[in-house]
Design a protein around this ligand. Structure first.
Ligand SMILES: [Zn+2]
Length: 252
């Protein structure tokens, strides 16, 4: 059997920043972060994944589609941030019923489950959730292709969500999970993330001691998707506590 092949396309790049957030965030940077993570998860799962760009460079739309065509990609996924007033996520395919619609639905459902607080922007008129448009990267790719809009960057709330590392991570994981379901590939159990520990034990607050004890316990049990999530939450808590400790020391 041929190794399943994907092309992950981080929207915009180089002189083309894409949409901008009120705080100055650039669509091209967030799209690149999430795309690289999706790509890494797919590689880990044994997929032959290709990034159209892995740095801040400009690529034309035709060039992006041609990368997918040359690779005979089983799925092309373009990742973007939305703008123009609104909230929530949406997915696009080219017009008409194609296998892209199935890919779009699977990725959309995974993303929705991972981000239950986000608004699902759907077009149900043709019986599925994806919206349809004649975007160049969707029309010029010869295989299945979808374009995913993570969230609106041009609102304060959307911008801060898009910049949240935990949002980027769970979004990338969800998109990869949808892609793997489309390809019929099993999602591997993710390894536990490496959590930086604070070495200055003498300065630990009771809260921080508890968090470190919990991290130790989780690490002993081993890798599991739920535990990975727990470790991420604990790590965020640890960083918050560390910030408070530092602020407290500074004020003395
Ligand atoms: Zn865009």
């Amino acid at each position: 059997m041929k190794t399943p092949t994907t092309v992950i396309d981080a929207g915009h790049g180089g002189h083309d920043s894409g949409a901008l957030g009120p705080g100055g965030s650039k669509e091209k940077d967030i799209a690149l972060n999430v795309s690289k993570r999706v790509h890494a998860i797919l590689i880990e799962a044994g997929v032959r994944s290709i990034l159209t760009r892995d740095s801040d460079v400009f690529l034309g739309l035709t060039e992006r589609a041609e990368i997918a065509n040359r690779a005979v990609a089983d799925l092309f996924v373009s990742i973007h941030c939305n703008a123009g007033g609104g909230t929530g996520f949406e997915v696009y395919t080219s017009r008409g019923e194609t296998t892209s619609d199935r890919a779009a639905t699977l990725v959309f459902e995974e993303f929705g489950s991972a981000n239950p607080g986000s608004i699902r922007r759907v077009d149900l008129t043709d019986g599925d959730v994806d919206k349809e448009a004649g975007y160049a990267v969707l029309v010029r790719t010869s295989g299945p292709a979808i374009l995913f809009e993570l969230e609106f960057i041009d609102t304060d709330a959307g911008e801060s969500l898009l910049n949240d590392a935990a949002f980027q991570e769970r979004s990338a994981t969800a998109i990869a999970a949808g892609v793997l379901r489309f390809l019929g590939v099993e999602l591997p159990v993710s390894p536990l993330p490496v959590i930086p520990r604070r070495n200055d034990m003498l300065r630990w607050t009771p809260a921080e001691k508890a968090i470190h004890a919990a991290l130790d316990a989780v690490e002993e049990v081993g890798a599991d998707p739920l535990l990975t999530e727990a470790v991420t939450l604990l790590s965020n808590a640890q960083n918050k506590v560390a910030d408070y400790v530092d602020a407290d020391l500074l004020s003395q």
